[in-house]
Ligand binder design. Sequence first.
Ligand code: SF4
Length: 428
Amino acid sequence: MGCPKALVDSERILTQIRAEGYRVVSSYQDADLVVVNTCGFIDAAVEESLDAIGEALSQNGRVIVTGCLGADDGRIRKTHPSVLAVTGPHAYEEVMCAIHEHLPPPHDPYASLVPSQGVKLTPRHYAYLKISEGCNHRCTFCIIPGMRGDLVSRPIGEVMDEAENLVKAGVRELLIIAQDTSAYGVDEGYRTGFWRGRPLKSNIQTLAEALGELGAWVRLHYVYPYPHVDALIPLMAEGKILSYLDMPLQHGSPRILKAMRRPAAAEKVLERIQRWRAQCPDLTLRSTFIVGFPGETEEDFELLLEFIEEAMLDRVGAFAYSPVEGAAANALPGAVPEAVKQERLERFMARQAEISAARLQGKIGRRLQVLVDEVGEAGATARSISDAPEIDGLVFVDGACNARPGDFLNVEVIDADAHDLWAKIVPG
Ligand code: SF4
């Protein structure tokens, strides 16, 4: 219904519907589902749209509403409470999400060139799940918002469908990623979406809880220490999601954090970390830092060293600052000479290696569950909940030659160095 813009929306929805293998039919009786694209421009258009929804409901019964009038969810549901879903204008992804939810596309392994979980570049047993695109922050060293725009969160139902398909296809570990995972849903005002007919708020806590129901490891990356992240820690303590947080902190000096314009720079991070560890003693914290940011003095750098000593982070990556073309930080005064940057980076990494080694020594004698990545003649190479693939350490398991990638094993830690563990299998 409505203007050419709505017509184009209909065309895009129809194109996607057809591309996904659905058939478009011309009568209510032949359809499994009806999508009504409405207009809400003037009162007459509203009436006409509401009548069209009523007609579709009486003739077919299974109706999804989209378009301009969809922005007034309350009005539609008041008149027609039995509609299956309501989305606003230009909401192609949400319409498709509602269609998938109420009329899942049958996957035909003979006709479809694409597996139901999509084409993956990771091993079969783990997968990255991107929950949003873009970023609302403006860190001075970063040009991502300029390239990818502001935060746009994916509809929660769509994220959950993808996660469920991945787990059904054999994925044992979901790695949740975004530019700022903890900001999930901010752009949508934490709107309520639907998954398996269940209302779910688009926020990171609800999403983490729902993902935790799928039976796979759920690992959160790129989380900032906002107060609302506190609510994730009980989920970790209860084992619903992995007790692991990848939290890029970038520095420990308040002055440099301010110059970096980091999100949550004003939060009392050390206090927060201590509280989290009290609630969830097995929490693994991973972070990344930049040394040699413009204006960083020896005193700032010492503050950074003090910070990592107090925080006792388990996993840390660090980089010497390098000016990215177009980054606001390049205009800041006090560029640190390259040799000083490298010297600080080495001191930083040496200190962190001691901290990491001490943390890992504390694991000797403990029993852990590990996920096997590879199997060789000497045994299996696996990871514990403290180890994200590619960036963290490994657990080398003696024997275990019959294990397969994607198997979970129970092991006892027998040795450790600064980054990795060695372990033997213990009975389940
Ligand atoms: S570094 Fe800052 S601006 Fe860049 S993506 Fe991360 S939070 Fe956003």
